[in-house]
Design a protein around this ligand. Structure first.
Ligand code: PHB
Length: 359
């Protein structure tokens, strides 16, 4: 039988009933204290027919926040909230991993404890505006982290992973994409450090490797994925040589024997691609399983699997608007249109009220 989107696959030790993954999507609808609540439980449970759900990006500490109404994964109340989500997804036969997030400079003092200055590899203010509880405001210049502060950040990833295990997740995905903290260390547009964490590829990938190894030690390599976005310009990101850098990163991850590598193969939010990039070459350097993302439809997803480029495909906006995306793909049913006005924040409208197909 031909391998396609509907074929099962095992990523590390996570057995997926199909290769259609729900991509991480920021929705800004967590309860007080970053605690997942009933409407979040319903939203994820509705999408449990995915082979795997990757949660929305989830801050690992109070300093990791960068937008309003995000869930966290570092307090007991958050663990209890997420447990309701994982139980509901598992009860419907689904699998779910949590995406571990530190936003770095993409934040604002009004979102951080005691009005703290956001932290970053280097004191380079990103162009653009922060999303705050009071609307859009200019970013501030971040504070460059001292090398002596990095072990505590690694420890925050360890603690969040311990919380994720208690919350019943099937694994974790380390968010090293889209211009957030770990990506800020990788790319030289945001990292101009002259210590052990800047300059050479080896130095710029160091924090990602330290975080990933520490997380693997807690939960096991067979339950850890990493997400990268080599050419995504979102959040004012750039690099002088993305192909060489990310080829290096893919190879540096090989010895860790991860469950999967997840790649955002372009620019998100309609941002286009700043640089040419050979994703096939990049993929081939990584020896484990590969999850492709960005603007795939059913046909392109199947083609990516048939050609051996990808082992599974993550769908974002289509899953947001179609809780039964897998079934719709199966019967080639039309898809619901997504309403971008209700992507970020609000109520159940545009969240849990997208209709299932009529049976
Ligand atoms: C966003 O809120 O626009 C966002 C959040 C996390 C991402 C990408 C985009 O990884």
């Amino acid at each position: 039988m031909q391998t396609d989107l509907f074929s099962p696959v095992t990523l590390g030790s996570i057995a997926l009933k199909n290769r259609i993954v729900m991509a991480p999507l920021t929705r800004n609808r967590a309860g007080e204290g970053g605690v997942p609540h009933a409407v979040n439980v319903e939203y994820y449970a509705q999408r449990a027919s995915a082979g795997l759900i990757i949660t929305e990006a989830t801050p690992i500490s109070a300093m990791a926040h960068g937008y309003p109404a995000l869930p966290g994964v570092y307090t007991d109340a958050q663990i209890a909230g997420w447990k309701l989500v994982t139980d509901a997804v598992h009860a419907k036969g689904g699998k779910i991993v949590i995406q571990l997030w530190h936003v770095g400079r993409i934040s604002h003092p009004s979102l951080l404890p005691n009005g703290a200055q956001p932290v970053a590899p280097s004191a380079i203010k990103p162009a653009g505006k922060a999303f705050t509880y009071k609307g859009l405001v200019d970013y501030v210049e971040p504070r460059a982290l001292d090398e002596s502060e990095l072990p505590a950040i690694v420890q925050d990833y360890v603690h969040a992973t311990q919380c994720a295990i208690k919350a019943g997740f099937d694994g974790v995905e380390i968010h090293a994409a889209n211009g957030y903290l770990l990506d800020q260390f990788l790319r030289d547009g945001s990292n101009t450090r002259t210590d052990n964490y800047g300059g050479s590829f080896e130095n710029r990938v160091r924090l990602l490797l330290e975080v990933t190894k520490a997380v693997v030690n807690v939960i096991g390599s067979d339950k850890v994925g990493v997400r990268l976005s080599p050419v995504n310009p979102f959040n004012d990101m750039k690099d002088s040589n993305p192909q060489a850098l990310f080829n290096y990163v893919a190879e540096a991850l090989n010895p860790l024997n991860l469950a999967y590598l997840h790649a955002v193969e372009g620019g998100i939010h309609g941002g286009g691609i700043a640089d040419p990039f050979d994703f096939n070459a990049f993929r081939k350097l990584f020896k484990g399983q590969y999850m492709a993302n960005l603007s795939y439809d059913k046909a392109r997803g199947n083609a990516a699997i048939a050609s051996g480029h990808a082992d599974c495909v993550a769908y974002g906006v289509p899953f947001l608007a179609n809780p039964d995306l897998v079934e719709r793909f199966k019967v080639d049913a039309p898809l619901n249109e997504a309403d971008s006005k209700t992507f970020y924040g609000g109520t159940e409208k545009g969240y849990t009220d997208y209709p299932f197909m009529k049976v």
